[in-house]
Design a protein around this ligand. Sequence first.
Ligand code: FEO
Ligand code: CA
Ligand code: CA
Ligand code: CA
Length: 593
Amino acid sequence: HGHAADGARGLRFPPVAPNRNDKVTVPSGYTQDVVIRWGDPILRGAPAFDPERQSARAQAGQFGYNNDFLSLLPLRGERGRQVLVANHEYTDEVLMFRGYDPANPTREQVEIAWAAHGLSVVVVEEERGSGRLTPVRRHHLNRRLTATSPFKVTGPAAGSPLLRTSADPTGTRVLGTLNNCAGGTTPWGTTLHGEENFNQYFANATSATDQRYGLGSGASERKWERFDRRFDAAKEPNESHRFGWVVELDPFDPDWTPRKRTALGRFKHEAAQPRLTDDGRPVVYMGDDERFDYFYKFVSSRRMRRGDSRAAREHNRTLLDEGTLYVAKLTGDSPEDIDGSGRLPADGEFDGSGVWIPLATGEVSHVPGMTADEVYVFTRVAADKVGATKMDRPEDVEPSPRTGRVYVALTNNKDRGAAGKPGADEANPRNANKHGQILELAEHWDDPASDGFAWRLFLVAGDPKDPSTYFAGFPKEKVSPISCPDNVAFDDHGNLWISTDGNQLGSHDGLFGVATHGERRGELKQFLTVPTGAETCGPVIQDRRVLVAVQHPGEVDGASVEKPASTWPDGPGRLVRPSVVAVWRKDGRDIGV
Ligand code: FEO
Ligand code: CA
Ligand code: CA
Ligand code: CA
């Protein structure tokens, strides 16, 4: 296996072949184990998971459902321990409850689902000499935030009439966070959580702006409106405006109410990842995951304070309330060569230039005909007006800590080039795009606050035998097939790790590593695959371990508790359970060296 030792530093492992195993498959020489499962108790008083005796009260103290974004933070003063923060994007009721009737959910089932959404904070303990992690139950930092926990709304649109409801006439206090997909970790030690497909929880919405966000005019899928009137837009038209934000959480301060940051705009926030300017101001990159939606950034006007003092911490927790929100417009340099097939342009690259169009700064709108409040609450409408570039579903984003270049996963877009829809352009070069691409963005002067940038496609995904694929120019016979990039992360070597959701090549989803600089730039290798029906989320790449969230295992059309499509992780006769998995090397050495 000459391949095994090959690869960029950090990527020297034998690649996992595409497969449909109902398990987590890792490279030879590596091993893995579940860190924590849906339902595992983390708070004081929470019972062990019992699939036949679930309750909302139990779930509120247990790890939530459908883990997505993960952050793993150092815990000072407690050797061998770290703090794991996880998003719980949504619930799969048919896989959670025996005999679930989608037309008639019970109050208990609905309240369990509310408690299974949101965020978890759980301290984990490292096993010496391996990458194994085990949860520390009842640690004082352990925490659950759910669909009913209090959140504060801050920033320029806080208190806006567009955010007021009968339960909250101040427009500043929201119960719950929903559909937390990916996220980010800030240099000041907090975590960011995107509220993505919040539209699915609301019924009876009829306004044009609500429709622009995909809210429906009939009953919602989960029928929550029967149990809490705030989910009925006909009764509480502003409640849905209180979702679709970036949430900031301080995992080290359980007394601090998490914030919904209106300065970062409202859309289907996939993720939010900051990078600092040379003078210490955070710039947050953000994708809106919808076909033909946009890529954004927020530039703070405040500088981060270094150090661990109470005053520094309090100051840094205001950085995301004041600044300018921008949306990206991209222009290709080979427009005459783009025919929707994915054929490389004559200049050899899908590339071009871009500008950041300002939408609002504090209380000032830059969009004609819209107030600043309207720009923040109906950000999609504002971006439509200024002619931003319609992208192939912007998912997670990650700036390289080595080069400052920003990588944006564009997962797919089956409607690109369809009748009445935008056709291919140089940044989104394939019509009926099944496999997606990854865009690499370089800010002018490497200044994240710049108003212009250069860009090129780093990767055009698919089977490397497919002529429309591109791996940064690396020889295609040496790379793994990849489809539908979703979450991205960097390791300390400067390699980009990519997890996938919705593989269209007949294999299960997985995790891949790829070099972004040097001679091996573009050499992509598959590191793991996940069980039937699952997508790969997280990921977190540390020296000694790789952490992934296995989201929605067993989610296959027609599957249910009675007819499971997957028996992961506990085998036949047990409920399929979304879980976090750690992978490490059997010989205890670092990953991929
Ligand atoms: Fe929840 Fe865009 O993935
Ligand atoms: Ca070009
Ligand atoms: Ca995602
Ligand atoms: Ca996804």
